[in-house]
Design a protein around this ligand. Sequence first.
Ligand code: BJW
Length: 248
Amino acid sequence: MQISAELLRRFAGAKRVLVLTGAGVSAESGVPTFRGAGNTIWKGMPFDVISSGRMIERDLPAVWEWFDYRRNVLDNILPNPAHYEIARWQERFDELSLVTQNVDGLHQKAGSRNVVELHGNIWRARCIKCGCSRDYSSEQRPDACHACGDLLRPDVVLFGELLPAGAFEFAAERAAGCDLCFVIGTSALVYPAAGIPEIAKAGGAFLCEVNPERTPLSGICDEVLIGKAGEVLPLFGSLNHQSTKSQT
Ligand code: BJW
């Protein structure tokens, strides 16, 4: 796998960069992807059934069981070189927009700030009645909403549910104005997230995909870096460019 001279030039000169990540960016930390090598199955249910809005109404305890299990897995998991490299890009570019479909919080753990979480966060719970949301990463998951006492659900976006207000719109605006867009570790099958690189491309950005496999987006990418995120992204760090941040 080689990075082209054109991409190196774009990377060195970019001012506004958007990074869209998916489950693959956390794979080398040990977080299972959803699709990849066989679809995730939980107690006989495909993940797109258990991770669907309908399951919240049908069987909320089963949904909690699935998310409690995944939280336990994540408890001992650390960011990998891909997360750290992306976090370093904050200091490199004038504007770095990190948009993730992941709910694991590993970008933040690696030091990324202002992460746009399109699909929520597994460490938060949200009241099904009043909608208030609370982080419980450092405490036992509460049984009921502290504000109104009603039932809580994971604060994640399940199939058939709307994304958090403003999150997609913000990401789309940043995509439309970026010079360089990286699409890292996503199968690009789930919408509206998969539409973000298309918006960046339409706005004139150079589009680069990082993935061990080709995806439906590969065809519109200007460069496809076939490889693991944790191996490919640190190559950008080792280029030892001057920071491209504008001097003020
Ligand atoms: C590596 C690697 C390494 C491995 N390095 N890479 C338009 C057309 C058709 C349908 C729709 C449409 N618009 C909306 C829909 C419906 C639906 C949808 O998109 N369905 C498609 C599947 C067809 N979308 C929705 O329902 C969304 N809501 C919505 O649109 O609301 C409006 C609406 C309402 C009602 C009806 C219609 C519209 C919400 C989507 C929410 C997705 N939620 C999930 C679960 C979150 C909670 C949980 O964690 O359980 O989010 S689904 C799951 O997929 C999760 C992920 O964020 C998401 C994306 O998956 P991702 O990240 O791409 O992972 P994988 O596993 O698919 O791929 C991993 C990739 O990594 C692979 O490519 C590997 O090769 C690669 N890889 N190792 C780099 N080391």
